[in-house]
Write a protein of this length. Structure first.
Length: 71
């Protein structure tokens, strides 16, 4: 067990000194932010689709009412 910790420390400490660990953390944060933006974009797209669908239905209802009034 101690050997594993020693090996881990020998591998990680040099990376910490040169900033690669911070870079990895930054990359993970950027990926998380991109995933969140993608989720928000999907939600916005869904809202737009629902709005278009509602507007299309409303227009169809208005046309039907106008046709009914014309008769």
């Amino acid at each position: 067990m101690a050997r594993a910790w020693t090996l881990t420390a020998l591998l990680v400490l040099p990376l910490a000194g040169c900033g690669l660990i911070d870079t990895g953390g930054s990359a993970a944060a950027a990926a998380s932010a991109a995933a969140q933006q993608a989720q928000q974009a999907r939600q916005a797209e869904q809202q737009v689709r629902q709005g278009i669908s509602a507007a299309t239905q409303e227009a169809a209802d208005q046309r039907a009412a106008a046709e009914q009034d014309a008769r």
